[in-house]
Design a protein around this ligand. Structure first.
Ligand code: SAM
Length: 282
């Protein structure tokens, strides 16, 4: 009998992946965690029935969440990652020798432990000596921290369940306080395409725009996320990601990336007309 993983992208559209076997299924204190093995996407895991990470397309998401801010300001030394329990964002950050400290705050330790077992492709650098893991709510962490970061990356789940607080004005405000004058905030902006996601994207953008003098949105394609069209927000007190990109400096690092390059960096901020209109009205 064939086994399929099916995810509802809207009430009227579903996305399915043929599954070889289910590797893991547990209910943590925060969410339901499932791992599957598939022919098309390799190992993948879902939280509360939503695709998080798979072996085949994770490079797109993790390249874009890390290299866009790093090429904008190569002097970034202290980084805070909120969420990101699979370790993919940390893995990309550890490729920069210039980064001195990476604090990762993940609410659900069980996600990290399961990824260490089933997804070494993303979790392989969580033991890097620059990485400090905190298992607590990112909302409380940024509120209480005295640390000042050069970069905060919000690698969260959607704004439902434990991730909800990471889309609030209070959270963005505390991120702004925990960032240096040169600081950059990159966060999950959902998709502009389907109505519910588009609404969340507009709400997030509206809140961030009020707090940061530079606030932009960039796009990339994620084959396994609803509609395949995904956005990150880029906000900063100082850096404009297009004008301030350090093309030669970044290229001289000779990091091999499968998705990101400095031409794409500039291009990904050019958005479709309907997305621009949404952002203008946010
Ligand atoms: N790339 C993924 C995506 O967007 O589908 C997200 C990656 S990562 C698995 C998201 C993580 O955020 C989850 O492991 C979840 O436990 C964590 N998370 C959710 N809410 C959080 C919170 N309030 N504080 C810290 N981590 C949180």
């Amino acid at each position: 009998m064939e086994l399929w993983y099916t995810e509802e992208h809207t009430e009227n559209a579903k996305f399915s992946i043929k599954v070889k076997e289910q590797l893991y299924s547990e209910e943590s204190e925060f969410q339901k965690i499932d791992f599957f093995e598939s022919e098309e996407f390799g190992t993948f895991f879902t939280l509360d029935g939503l695709m998080m990470v798979n072996e085949k397309d994770e490079f797109i998401y993790h390249d874009m969440i890390v290299h866009v801010p790093m090429a904008t300001n190569p002097n970034i030394k202290k980084v805070l990652v909120i969420g990101g329990g699979d370790g993919g964002t940390v893995r990309e950050l550890t490729r920069y020798n210039t980064i001195e400290q990476i604090d990762m705050v993940e609410i659900d330790e069980q996600v990290v432990r399961a990824c260490e077992k089933y997804l070494p492709i993303t979790s392989s650098k969580l033991q890097d000596e620059r990485v400090n893991l905190y298992f607590e709510d990112g909302l409380a962490f940024v509120k209480n921290t005295d640390n000042i970061y050069d970069l905060i990356i919000v690698d969260s789940t959607d704004p439902i369940g434990p991730g909800e607080g990471l889309f609030t004005e209070e959270f963005y405000n505390n991120c702004s306080k925990a960032l240096s004058e040169e600081g950059i905030l990159v966060n999950q902006h959902e998709s502009p395409y389907y109505e519910r996601d588009a609404h969340e994207m507009k709400r997030a953008h509206r809140k961030i725009k009020r707090l940061f003098p530079i606030s932009k949105v960039y796009q990339f394609h994620m084959p396994t996320y609803p509609s395949g069209h995904w956005l990150f927000g880029f906000a900063s007190k100082k850096f404009d990601p297009i004008k301030d990109i350090k093309v030669e400096q970044w290229n001289s690092l000779e990091l091999k990336t499968k998705y990101y390059n400095t031409d794409l960096h500039v291009g990904c901020f050019a958005l479709p007309t309907y997305v621009n209109e949404m952002l203008e009205s946010a």
